[in-house]
Design a protein around this ligand. Structure first.
Ligand SMILES: Nc1nc2c(ncn2[C@@H]2O[C@H](COP(=O)(O)OP(=O)(O)OP(=O)(O)O)[C@@H](O)[C@H]2O)c(=O)[nH]1
Ligand SMILES: [Mg+2]
Length: 451
C-alpha cells in the first residue's frame, strides 16, 4: 500500500479501531467522554429556511447538551448539498482548521449525517475527533439505557452504525490497494475489526431474540386482554413521561433532556370499573437513526399494538417547530407500522402559554386536548376521553343464559357493566356491556350450552 496507508492507519486508531466490544463492557459510549464537559464545534451544511435552520441548530445544541457537551463555536454553510468529500467547502474548512488549532475543542460535530469518507477526511484536516448527529444520538441512548434489553438494543444499533462506516472505509482501502491480493497490514486489522463486529452483532441479535420471545408471550397476553391500551407517543421532551405520571401515578423519570426514556413502562388507571392501560416509551426525533428504529422495534410494539395513540406535542413551540416535529412523529409512526392506529392530539405544557396564545392554538387544533402535566390543567378531560374510548370499545351483549348456568351469569356480572336481567322461557335474558374479548367468551359459552 506504500505511503497512502500511513494516515489511514492513524485514522483507524482515532475513529474505527479499538472498539472490540467485549461482554464485560457493554454500552460503552461511542464517541464522547462521560466525565468531562466537552467543548464541541458544531458544523452544518444547510439548505433550508432560516426558521428551520434556527430550529435544527437549537435542537443539535440540545442533543449535545444532553450528551454532555457545550457548543463553543458554530460554522454554518449554506449550500445545495454538503461537499461530498469534505462536508464543508474548502474555504470554510480552512478557517475552521485555524480555529481548531487555536482553541483546541474536544470534538467537531456535524448537524447532519456524515459518510464514513467525509468523517475521515474531516478528521485528517482538523486533526480532532469528528462525530455526526446519528453518533451523538446513539451516544445519548447509550448514556440513558437502563434495562438489560435496552442496553442490548443500543449496543446493536451502535454496532450497525460502526459496521456500515467500516464497510465504506474497507471498500475505500480495497480501491487504494488495487485488489484483494495486495492488502496491507492496515486492512487486515480492519478485516479483523469487521469480523469481530459481525460476530458480536450476531450474539446481540440472538440475545435480543430471546428477550423478544418472553416479550411475545407478554404481547399475546396483552392482545388477548380486554383492557384498552393507550400509548403515549411524540417528540422527545414533549412531556410524555410527565403525563404518564400525572395520569397513572407512575414514577417514570422525567428530565429536561432528550431521550430520557428508553424503556417502555405500562401502568393502569381505572374509574367506575373501566380500566385503561397507558404505556410510555421512547421519544422520537426528526431523522431518527434507522438503526435505532430497527433495534427498538420490539419496544415500539407497545405503540403499534395500542387501541389509541396519544400524540403528545409541546404547545409552547412556535408553529413551524411544532409542525415540523409533528411531521417527524407521523413519519416514525408510519415506519413502525402504527400509522393506522387511531390517535388523539395532546398539546402539553399549556402552562407556558398566555391566554391569547392558548386560545389561538385551541382554534388551530379544535380536536386536540390541551394539558399541563405541571399545573394539572386538562388532565381530567384527558382522563375522561380515555375512559370514553375504553367504554366505546365495549360490546353490547344480549344473551339467554340457561338457568343451570349461574357461573356464566356471575362471569357477566364481574366483567360487564350496566347488566340487567329478566326471566325468559328457557333461561335468564341478560343484557350487558362487555369488553370484546369477554363478550366473545360468554357468547361462545352460551352457544355451547344451546347445542
Ligand atoms: N412547563 C411544563 N413543563 C413540562 C410539562 N410536562 C413536562 N414538562 C417538562 O418537560 C421536560 C421533559 O419532560 P418528560 O416528561 O421527561 O418528557 P418526555 O416526552 O417523556 O421526554 P423523553 O423521554 O426524553 O422523550 C421535563 O423537564 C418536564 O418537567 C408541562 O406540562 N409544563
Ligand atoms: Mg420520557
Amino acid at each position: 500500500m506504500g505511503k497512502q496507508s500511513a494516515p489511514l492507519d492513524g485514522d483507524l486508531q482515532r475513529t474505527y479501531r479499538g472498539r472490540a466490544w467485549r461482554d464485560e463492557e457493554p454500552n460503552r459510549r461511542l464517541l464522547l467522554d462521560t466525565n468531562v464537559e466537552e467543548k464541541a464545534v458544531l458544523i452544518a451544511s444547510l439548505n433550508c429556511s432560516a426558521v428551520e435552520e434556527a430550529d435544527r441548530l437549537t435542537e443539535m445544541g440540545e442533543l449535545l447538551r444532553t450528551a454532555g457537551a457545550t457548543v463553543v463555536h458554530r460554522v454554518v454553510q449554506h449550500r445545495e448539498r454538503p461537499d461530498p468529500r469534505l462536508y464543508l467547502g474548502k474555504g470554510r474548512l480552512e478557517e475552521l482548521s485555524e480555529w481548531v488549532k487555536e482553541h483546541k475543542p474536544n470534538v467537531v460535530v456535524a448537524e447532519g449525517d456524515l459518510a464514513a469518507g467525509q468523517q475521515r477526511h474531516l478528521e485528517d484536516k482538523l486533526n480532532t475527533r469528528v462525530v455526526d448527529r446519528t453518533g451523538i444520538i446513539l451516544d445519548i441512548f447509550a448514556l440513558h439505557a437502563k434495562s438489560a434489553e435496552g442496553k442490548l438494543q443500543v449496543e446493536l444499533a451502535q454496532m450497525e452504525y460502526s459496521y456500515s462506516r467500516q464497510e465504506g472505509l474497507w471498500q475505500h482501502l480495497e480501491r487504494l490497494g488495487g485488489g484483494v491480493g495486495t492488502r496491507g497490514p492496515g486492512e487486515s486489522q480492519l478485516e479483523s475489526d469487521r469480523r469481530m463486529i459481525r460476530e458480536r452483532m450476531g450474539v446481540l441479535r440472538k440475545r435480543l431474540q430471546e428477550a423478544a420471545k418472553s416479550r411475545d408471550t407478554m404481547r399475546e397476553e396483552r392482545m388477548a386482554s380486554a383492557v384498552t391500551r393507550v400509548a403515549l407517543a411524540g417528540y422527545t421532551n414533549a412531556g410524555k413521561s410527565s403525563l404518564m405520571n400525572a395520569l397513572t401515578g407512575a414514577e417514570v423519570d422525567v428530565n429536561d433532556a432528550l431521550f430520557e426514556t428508553l424503556d417502555a413502562t405500562t401502568r393502569a388507571f381505572s374509574q367506575d370499573g373501566v380500566k385503561v392501560l397507558v404505556s410510555d416509551t421512547v421519544g422520537f426525533i426528526r431523522h431518527l437513526p434507522h438503526q435505532l428504529v430497527e433495534s427498538f422495534r420490539s419496544t415500539l410494539d407497545e405503540v403499534r399494538d395500542a387501541h389509541l395513540i396519544l400524540h403528545v406535542a409541546d404547545a409552547s413551540e412556535d408553529d413551524d417547530g411544532r409542525e415540523a416535529r409533528a411531521k417527524a412523529v407521523v413519519e416514525v409512526l408510519d415506519e413502525i407500522g402504527a400509522g393506522e392506529v387511531p390517535h388523539l392530539h395532546v398539546m402539553n405544557k399549556c402552562d407556558l402559554l398566555d391566554i391569547e396564545d392558548l386560545d389561538a392554538l385551541r382554534r388551530q387544533y379544535p380536536t386536540a386536548i390541551f394539558t399541563s402535566a405541571i399545573s394539572g390543567e386538562g388532565l381530567d378531560e384527558l382522563r375522561d376521553r380515555l375512559l370514553a374510548t375504553a367504554r366505546a370499545r365495549w360490546d353490547r351483549v344480549v344473551l339467554e343464559v340457561p338457568y343451570s348456568r349461574g357461573d356464566v351469569i356471575s362471569a357477566i356480572y364481574s366483567a360487564g357493566r350496566e347488566v340487567t336481567q329478566e326471566a325468559g322461557p328457557e333461561g335468564t335474558l341478560i343484557r350487558a356491556l362487555m369488553p370484546p374479548v369477554d363478550a366473545a367468551r360468554v357468547r361462545a359459552l352460551a352457544a355451547r350450552e344451546r347445542q
